[in-house]
Design a protein around this ligand. Structure first.
Ligand code: PBG
Length: 332
């Protein structure tokens, strides 16, 4: 017997040689129905503004949102997520504009559901677009973000959105107990079809920078941060505990955020709970790809598709991504 066989015992490259065999053994695929498009909306009419730190992303008035919604339907993207840009004059300490039934978000929801009833609409439940300090909740005298009074307001905010006809409310605030409070309020009003996608494992991340520019909360927030409610990026077991709470309180779907740097959390959550699990490829991740591509350092489309596929491989059932329409177009 020679010490080694005269050929490799196994040749994994055999299946990689041809496109047909690569396709045959491909384990994961990205489909347009995996994607959710986040959009930034403005009050008024006939206005579009570029977001400097997110090339290709615009803030649009509701009339200009409608063609974007139509593109989602045409391309097979099943859901759109609304993020309001609130005029500075409407921002207050208590963020009360969040409860205005004729505010920007409920208005956009009604308009979208009227024109495109088959398109899913998701709204963020949190106060940061509406507060003069840019925090997601209410502050006490020391500047601490108080939990239970904030939950009370978030519960009302979610009801306003649900009563406007939104399909999915997505609390992104990380207060304790808010999923239970919102679920109970929805049931109390007979809103039994409103789905909750909980931002369950949302980290205090530096990758949200461009989003805060987009909604105009960055200057309100100043040098302060959200570490007293969003999770510490060092923690993983804690994400499991947060997801368990949100499922027990009535979440239909859970989310991990940010995306690519937290794919280990996506995988753990999916393995542990086997519930619909979403990931948010956030503004900073988008900006990094755009900046590198603009410099000619990375191939935009290849990196975009590879990163979205990575979410699927990690176990995500869907991805919120500013690339949603571009990716859906490429999938064809
Ligand atoms: C607000 C909210 C944020 C994002 C989604 N909802 C920002 C934050 O928590 O400061 C970030 C999304 C992104 O960066 O793309 N509660």
């Amino acid at each position: 017997m020679p010490p080694f066989p005269p050929f490799p015992a196994s040749r994994p490259r055999r299946l990689r040689r041809d496109e047909f065999s690569r396709a045959m053994v491909r384990e994961h695929r990205l489909h347009p129905s995996d994607l959710i498009l986040p959009v930034f909306i403005l009050a008024g009419k006939n206005r579009t503004e570029a977001v400097a730190s997110m090339p290709g992303v615009q803030r649009v008035t509701v009339d200009r949102l409608l063609p974007i919604a139509e593109q989602c339907l045409t391309l097979g993207v099943p859901c759109i997520a609304l993020f309001p840009v609130i005029d500075a004059s409407l921002k207050t300490e208590d963020g009360r504009e969040a409860l205005n039934p004729n505010g920007l978000v409920p208005t956009a929801v009604r308009e979208l559901k009227k024109r495109f009833p088959e398109l899913g609409v998701l709204t963020d439940v949190a106060l940061d677009p509406f507060t003069s300090h840019g925090q997601d909740g209410l502050l006490d005298d020391t500047g601490y973000i108080v939990n239970d009074t904030t939950v009370d307001v978030l519960r009302q905010q979610a009801l306003v959105q649900a009563e406007a006809g939104v399909d999915i409310v997505a609390p992104s605030d990380m207060m304790d107990g808010r999923i239970g409070a919102i679920r109970q309020a929805l049931e109390g009003k007979g809103l039994v079809h409103t789905k909750i996608m909980a931002y369950s494992a949302k980290y205090a991340s530096a990758f949200y920078g461009p989003f805060r520019d987009a909604v105009g909360s960055a200057k309100n927030l100043g040098k302060s941060n959200k570490k007293v409610y969003q999770m510490d990026p060092a923690n993983s077991d804690e994400a499991i505990r947060e997801v368990a709470l949100d499922i027990a309180e009535g979440a239909d779907m859970v989310m991990v955020k940010p995306g690519l740097p937290y794919l280990d959390i996506v995988r753990r959550v999916k393995d542990e709970f086997r519930v619909p699990t979403f990931a948010y490829q956030v503004s900073g991740e988008y900006a990094m790809v755009k900046a590198a591509a603009a410099n000619g350092w990375l191939d935009h489309d290849l990196v975009m598709m590879e990163s979205l596929l990575a979410f699927k491989r990690a176990g995500a059932d869907g991805i919120l991504s500013y690339f949603a329409l571009d990716a859906a177009r490429l999938i064809g």
